[in-house]
Design a protein around this ligand. Structure first.
Ligand SMILES: [Fe+2]
Ligand SMILES: [Fe+2]
Length: 243
């Protein structure tokens, strides 16, 4: 698998892996970037090119995980990227999936008792995601950002301990597996168990959307489990060592 670097032309990166399109948007790059390399674009947009390259490589190639490099990324940048990803899911991907789901279910001819089941599985997946993102944004990310600041500055520890006591992060990983399982079950119901009463073209578009969603979510979770969590552990160790 080819890895990208700062000298790669972004247009050719996208031709090799178009699922990176929403990723580069979240990193601050919009369409119309011409023939420029990643370094040139990042310089012009004020984006950290190293961060950009690491995130697209993590997304592009599942086997890519150079721990040392990734642990060197800034906590604030990682969280900013993760929040933008949540926003992309809530403001674009879910409304788009809602729309396609509605079209698909409406396309069923005659009696359609299975519609209710599909709808139920979709709602479960959707609700679980929304709740998960909320907990991360309201409880966990603020804790991590404050922890990062206290360790970085070397002051404000007693206030931090008072505020958070023995607060600790939930196990991200377990919830991520639940979410992955839910979207996989939904895909399988549509692929394997529905009667042939539905518009197949709409079904294919809906499935392509769900596959893309699942891939994006999996990568999002990998960044949380394998970059963010180890960084938090590292910061907590420093905080307690110097406690
Ligand atoms: Fe998240
Ligand atoms: Fe998460």
């Amino acid at each position: 698998m080819e890895l990208f670097n700062e000298n790669s032309k972004l247009a050719s990166v996208i031709h090799k892996d178009h699922s990176l399109l929403p990723v580069i948007n979240r990193l601050g790059v919009k369409l119309g970037f011409g023939d420029r390399t990643i370094r040139e674009i990042c310089e012009a947009e004020g984006i950290d090119a190293n961060f950009f390259v690491e995130i697209i490589n993590v997304f592009h190639y599942e086997g890519y995980f150079p721990e040392k490099k990734l642990l060197g990324l800034s906590v604030a940048s990682v969280i900013d990227y993760l929040k933008k990803t949540h926003r992309y899911y809530i403001q674009y991907l879910f409304p788009e999936t809602d729309r396609l789901m509605q079209l698909f279910l409406q396309s069923c001819g005659g009696q359609c008792p299975e519609n209710e089941l599909v709808r139920k599985f979709y709602d479960k997946f959707r609700n679980e995601c929304v709740l998960h993102f909320q907990t991360e944004e309201v409880e966990e990310f603020p804790y991590i950002l404050e922890l990062n600041e206290v360790v970085g500055k070397g002051e404000g520890k007693s206030r931090f301990f008072e505020k958070y006591g023995d607060f600790s992060l939930r196990n991200f990983e377990e919830e991520h597996i639940n979410i992955d399982d839910k979207i996989f079950d939904l895909e399988n119901i549509i692929i394997m168990y529905l009667p042939p009463n539905y518009d197949q073209n709409v079904g294919n578009t809906l499935l392509a959307n769900l596959f893309q969603f699942a891939k994006d979510l999996k990568n999002h979770s990998r960044i949380e489990d394998l970059i963010l969590l180890p960084k938090v552990q590292q910061l907590e160790d420093i905080l307690h060592q110097n406690g």
